[in-house]
Design a protein around this ligand. Structure first.
Ligand code: SF4
Ligand code: SF4
Length: 224
């Protein structure tokens, strides 16, 4: 990990009106840079993002480093180095994102919302009709804009329980039973900010998964 030593910039702060004591600077290591914005006066680097997922919403916590720069060539050179390092992290980021195989903690306690196209994809994957998927596996709650039809059921009525499609290959090793058909919410879910995952799970070893999820009712079966 590369650490950017912000305290080394303090001699410039006298001219720019920024904090002059290292204690007043945010010296937390700058990791996982999300964004670098440069306008005519300021450089803003957004980093160390954590996303906490709650029922039906999420909370985004991130740190920001804002610096007002001037024409001083030494200062501009120092800032250019900071930007280079930040960009390096930015480019590194996609390779660093990987879920430990078998984790699937997000498949409990988080409800993937489904759109009509998600339901149709799951239905096609399971060889069911969209209506059968809606009736059997979706808690129906249409969003105000009509885009989401509800969220995927849990194995019990407890919303903190496991997704109905989650399967276990062996104790503690989970996999999605409808992986190719999973909803966009699951496809888009990012492990950035996952701090409570089991760190003993290797990110490099592929997970041997078991049988796919089997629906209770097949297409053309009659409901009683
Ligand atoms: S690392 Fe995070 S996103 Fe990945 S499976 Fe675990 S909880 Fe889900
Ligand atoms: S559909 Fe698959 S990936 Fe999505 S929450 Fe359920 S088990 Fe996890």
């Amino acid at each position: 990990m590369t650490t950017i030593d912000l305290t080394a910039l303090r001699k410039f702060t006298l001219e720019t009106g920024q904090p002059t004591h290292p204690e007043m600077l945010d010296t937390v290591p700058m990791e996982h840079v999300q964004d670098i914005e440069i306008d005519q006066e300021h450089i803003t680097i957004t980093y160390n993002q954590t996303i906490n997922h709650y029922y039906n919403t999420s909370e985004n916590i991130e740190r920001e480093w804002i610096y007002k720069y001037n024409e001083d060539p030494e200062f501009v050179a120092a800032v250019a180095k900071v930007i280079d390092l930040a960009r390096k992290h930015l480019h590194d980021l996609p390779e660093n994102i990987a879920c430990p195989p078998g984790c699937a903690e997000c498949c409990s306690g988080y409800e993937p919302f489904v759109s009509r196209s998600d339901v149709e994809r799951i239905a096609s994957h399971l060889h069911l009709t969209p209506q059968e998927v809606l009736d059997e596996y979706i808690v129906k709650r249409t969003s105000a804009d009509g885009y989401h039809l509800g969220w995927i059921r849990k194995v019990t009525d407890d919303i903190a329980d496991q997704c109905v499609f989650l399967k276990e290959s062996r104790p503690g090793k989970f996999y999605c039973g409808i992986y190719e058909g999973r909803p966009d919410d699951c496809r888009d879910f990012s492990p950035i900010g996952c701090t409570d995952v089991d760190t003993t799970l290797s990110r490099n070893k592929p997970l041997k998964i078991g049988a796919p999820f089997q629906p209770k009712r097949r297409k053309n079966s009659r409901r009683k």
